[in-house]
Design a protein around this ligand. Structure first.
Ligand code: ZN
Ligand code: ZN
Length: 439
């Protein structure tokens, strides 16, 4: 028999009923269900990690995802945007619709991390045989969302609303000549019947301690536009430049001229921007001035009017400099990804859920991030929040962690269950709060 003070304490707990009530609340039941799935999350993630598949080629992954969702008794649609899988869970009570998204594709990267489940997979990419690796952590995202689906099914009788699970292919971009990813899923109606009232997604990131969460209201991740410029001159001997039009000097002036856009012409006190020329190709011999030079690069912005302004300036500067040199410039700008823009009201509403799971001191505002994420295409039609979950062991030097997309990218598996619990919490809290006010 325990000592009297202990017995009194136990009686106090019974009388207040707090632990019992907390254990029975829907968010607490869901959280416990997800926490109980941690070994399974790790097992799924290791399986996906050992069997990575490139964008639009996620057949094995999507088969496994679909099989799991069918086992849960969900209505499953496969083949969305090539290999995407969508499932719907109708809760036992009326309420809003929330969508949760995970991406499934891997990258043409040869893994250098020593793991028992390290990838030895090779595949064809751009006409070459390449190593394939989950170097962006989408294996983690897929495993996380599978566990959240299982746990939500376990509490479905109490669930006030509907959950749409979106397993997306080709977030890293479809292969040349193909379409894919979030935009194609959207075009194929993934946000219809029913239309979600909100959408949530997460990304594992290195350089942030395991289990810590980073978020940002408003513009969070940049838009990405691919830039290509062809400078057409006129071929001549390298000793007689006056007999031709030199596209090399013209291209050099264009590269320099484009730097003025960010440095001198746009208001970077409003939002940052980047204009990068990353490749310059022209000529084959040291004394032959070529006909043409081709350049490619990327434009990153956080604001749509600023983005359009930069596009116009790139075009104008390239064409005007070419013209001044007697050359011409063909400018092509292809949108890869729009701005990942977290709805400010929804972000505010979501924050307590993230804090409840990770702890107040482990949920912090992130700076803007210049890399891009096609979750943005869902957010264009549905208010959404995207957040980061740290995966670098907290005793490591964060500044030295290999970044996402590196052959040495490493995911601390202890972070997986935090990611799953956070995604589950934002979903169930959103549904429990009822339909959002008209916006
Ligand atoms: Zn990536
Ligand atoms: Zn990614």
């Amino acid at each position: 028999m325990p000592h009297l003070p202990l017995r009194l304490a136990a009686l106090g707990l019974l009388l207040t009923g707090l632990p019992c009530a907390a254990a029975e609340s829907l968010p607490a039941r869901l959280d416990a269900a997800i926490a109980g799935l941690e070994p399974q999350i790790i097992e799924w993630r290791r399986d996906f990690h050992a069997h990575p598949e490139l964008s639009n080629r996620e057949t094995r992954t999507s088969e496994r995802v679909a099989a799991h969702l069918k086992t849960l008794g969900l209505a499953v649609t496969t083949g969305v945007a090539h290999t995407g899988v969508v499932a719907l869970l109708k809760g036992g009570k009326p309420g809003p619709v929330v969508a949760l998204r995970a991406d499934m594709d891997a990258l043409p990267v040869t893994e250098e991390v020593e793991l028992p489940f390290r990838s030895n997979v090779k595949a064809e990419y751009g006409g070459q045989q390449v190593g394939v690796m989950h170097a962006c952590g989408h294996d983690a995202h897929t495993a996380i969302l599978m566990s959240v689906a299982q746990a939500l099914v376990a509490v479905k009788d109490e669930l006030p609303g509907t959950v749409k699970f979106i397993f997306q292919p080709a977030e890293e971009g479809a292969p040349a000549g193909e379409r894919g990813g979030a935009l194609l899923m959207r075009e194929e109606g993934v946000l219809d019947n029913p239309k979600p009232d909100a959408i949530f997604g997460l990304h594992v990131v290195s350089g942030t301690p395991t289990g810590e969460i980073r978020y940002r209201a408003g513009p969070f991740m940049a838009s990405n536009d691919w830039l290509s410029i062809k400078v057409n001159g006129r071929q001549t001997h390298g000793a007689w430049p006056w007999n031709g039009v030199d596209p090399v000097v013209t291209a050099a002036q264009i590269v320099t001229g484009l730097q003025n856009i960010v440095a001198r012409q746009i208001d970077i006190s409003k939002e940052p921007a980047v204009v990068t020329v990353a490749t310059v190709n022209g000529g084959i011999r040291k004394n032959i001035i070529p006909d043409a030079v081709e350049m490619t690069g990327t434009i990153r912005t956080f604001d749509e009017p600023m983005r359009r302004d930069i596009h116009a300036r790139v075009k104008h500067i390239a064409e005007a400099i070419a013209s001044a040199n007697g050359a011409s410039a063909e400018v092509t700008i292809d949108t890869a990804t729009t701005v990942t823009l977290n709805d400010p009201v929804l972000t505010e509403r979501t924050l307590p859920s993230l804090v409840r799971i990770a702890g107040k001191d482990k949920v912090r505002v992130s700076p803007r991030v210049m890399i891009a994420e096609d979750f943005s295409y869902f957010q264009e039609q549905v208010p959404g929040v995207f957040f980061f979950v740290g995966v670098t062991p907290s005793d490591e030097d964060m500044s030295k962690a290999a970044s996402n997309h590196s052959p040495r990218f490493f995911v601390d598996e202890a972070a997986l269950v935090t990611g799953a619990r956070a995604l589950g919490a934002v979903a169930v809290d959103f549904l429990s709060a009822g339909a959002p006010a008209a916006r």
